[in-house]
Design a protein around this ligand. Structure first.
Ligand SMILES: NC(=O)C1=CN([C@@H]2O[C@H](COP(=O)(O)OP(=O)(O)OC[C@H]3O[C@@H](n4cnc5c(N)ncnc54)[C@H](OP(=O)(O)O)[C@@H]3O)[C@@H](O)[C@H]2O)C=CC1
Ligand SMILES: O=C(O)[C@H](O)COP(=O)(O)O
Length: 526
């Protein structure tokens, strides 16, 4: 084991003994749970104790739900009626304070989820950039929106307003960035938010608690701890949530929706599972395709919803592709997140290596082979990526979202084969298409855009840049999470209608001229 650089050492456990409710960091005296890292600090492998967090339940669920409802106060609260400029000031204050936590949050990202130093820094910086871009986008949309229209003699003055209380839950693979892409637009649009950190990457929220408390009015943001079933479910059951904003597993989304007593009233913003394929055509530039497929399948050990999770290689080039791809996988280096040159790191879920092994065993028992020499080797809480070939539809690795280091490779003779599989799939986020002949590719794009929401030409799948629409078909998403779209997802269009007459014209003119009016300064995004 390499020595841990001093700045990344865990010197004392972080005891998270407060939670954020009603504008205060309230002391927690109840049950707690210990948080371990699967990264070892000692020569002989053993998980590292990082700290502890509260285990909350029904009583705290009601407490935060009521505090958030009070902050919304049926749209009459301070936050939903606050002028746009003032809400933006709160957010800008928060970003300034958030930036001061970078060193600590990055260190915890490495320990809690095993993300490499470079990627942890990127996650933090991307989140700050996302907040700044959202503020900017809000300002632009707000000033540009044509919010005054006259149709068939009716004048319409349109604006966007907040919807209500939002429950925000995110995944462990981007415990900061993904949840913030929900939480930030929800807040800016005037909705109070309740946030429970992901199952891993929970302590890294601690340095931000005070920044949240001191930047927003009472009840506008609440932060609770515990397992989803024990704290998020009772929040849903309270009936006090208007929007469920979840990035995570498709089953979690269904389980949470089912808890709500009035589904007609519940709005959804969901980013869910995906099984993005790559299709490698006979004329593809193999060097490029292999490099992109390595990044696509294995960055952050394959724990990305945007990861390539099935590789379809044309049968005429399969031998060559497999040989070179397998060798490239074997050349990847495993180690701790802060080590230079490391691209594979310990998995944060203790049960994940055994699950990946199950997928490998199932596939090999049904005729696939592990085609890379190191595939399946175990080390600490890690399993070396296995490249499986040839994979077929009866195998679990074809059917399940592996979300980890295993790469299923299939061959095809006719392009219709992967297209049919995509059409039958429950998922529909993205695809990567590798090839050179424009006459083949152009018509294929027309088909692919009706199966998924993003077609990546000669490149792997990814979420960003965040101004582009991020969504999916079928079980992969509900709603769109680009910076602009997210502002729309967390708001509702409303308008004032008036026929032309002296009284109405005067009122509308007054509203349009008045820079001080709440009406004129609030949420004119179309
Ligand atoms: N489309 C997208 O944008 C993205 C999607 N993902 C998806 O996220 C998943 C990986 O993240 P993961 O953290 O495992 O996701 P989970 O769905 O397990 O967790 C997300 C959140 O939901 C809560 N939760 C889960 N089940 C329940 C339940 N039955 N009742 C109440 N709350 C619940 C979790 O709390 P707790 O864990 O405490 O139970 C957590 O806060 C993958 O499927 C991946 O594809 C990941 C990134 C981006
Ligand atoms: O894939 C994910 O889990 C997230 O949506 C982020 O995607 P990215 O790693 O492609 O930015």
């Amino acid at each position: 084991m390499n020595t841990i650089p001093q700045e990344f050492q865990i010197t004392a456990p972080l005891i998270q003994d407060t939670y954020l409710v009603n504008g205060e960091l309230k002391k927690w005296t109840g049950k707690t749970t210990q948080v371990y890292s699967t990264i070892s600090s000692t020569e002989k492998y053993e998980p590292t104790l990082l700290g502890s967090t509260p285990v909350m339940g029904e009583a705290e669920a009601l407490e935060v739900a009521e505090s958030a409802r009070a902050a919304f106060n049926n749209g009459q609260g301070l936050w939903p009626t606050m002028k746009v400029v003032d809400r933006i000031k709160c957010m800008e204050n928060f970003v300034v304070k958030m930036k001061e936590t970078r060193t600590e949050v990055v260190k915890l990202l490495m320990w809690e989820i095993g993300k490499s130093l470079g990627d942890s820094e990127k996650e933090f910086d991307r989140t700050v950039e996302y907040i700044n871009d959202t503020i900017q986008s809000y300002k632009e949309l707000n000033s540009q929106s044509a919010h005054f229209a006259k149709v068939q003699g009716i004048n319409a003055m349109v604006r966007r307003g907040p919807i209500g209380v939002v429950l925000c839950l995110g995944p462990y693979n981007y415990p900061l960035n993904e949840t913030f892409t929900l939480l930030i637009p929800a807040l800016i649009m005037g909705n109070p938010v309740i946030f429970k950190p992901a199952k891993h990457g929970v302590l890294l929220i601690s340095p931000l608690l005070e920044a949240f408390r001191s930047s927003f009015p009472k009840g506008v943001i609440s932060i609770v701890y515990g397992r989803g079933r024990e704290i998020a479910s009772p929040i849903m059951r309270s009936g006090k949530v208007d929007i469920l904003a979840l990035i995570g597993n498709s089953k979690s989304a269904i389980a949470l929706q089912d808890q709500h007593p009035n589904k007609n009233r519940l709005r959804l913003v969901l980013g869910l599972e995906a099984k993005n394929p790559a299709i490698i055509l006979p004329d593809a530039d193999l060097d490029l395709a292999i490099q992109e497929c390595i990044t696509g399948t294995l960055s952050f050990n394959g724990q990305r919803c945007t990861a390539l999770k099935l590789l379809y290689v044309h049968e005429s080039i399969a031998d060559e592709f497999n040989k070179r791809f397998a060798a490239k996988v074997d050349s990847l280096q495993f180690g701790n997140p802060w080590e230079k040159g490391v691209s594979l790191t310990p998995l944060p879920e203790t049960e994940k290596p055994a699950y990946i092994q199950e997928l490998i065993d199932d596939a090999t028992s049904k005729g696939a082979k592990v085609i890379n020499a190191k595939g399946g080797e175990r080390s600490d809480n890690f399993i070396f990526p296995a490249v499986l070939f040839p994979v077929n539809k009866d195998m679990r690795v074809y059917q399940e979202e592996q979300f980890g280091p295993v790469v299923p490779v299939l061959t095809f003779k006719d392009i219709q084969e992967p297209l049919n599989d995509m059409a039958e799939s429950n998922y529909g986020q993205q695809v990567s298409l590798f090839g050179k002949d424009i006459k083949t590719i152009a018509p294929l794009i027309d088909t692919l855009v009706n199966l998924v929401c993003r077609v990546n030409l000669n490149s792997s799948c990814q979420r960003g840049p965040d101004v582009f629409p991020f969504t999916g078909r079928k079980d992969s998403a509900f709603g769109t999470l680009s910076i602009h779209d997210a502002l729309r997802s967390f708001s509702i269009r409303t308008f004032v209608a008036s026929k032309d007459n002296a009284y109405n014209n005067e009122i509308l003119q007054e509203l349009l001229n008045s820079k001080e009016s709440n009406f004129i300064n609030t949420d004119y995004i179309l």
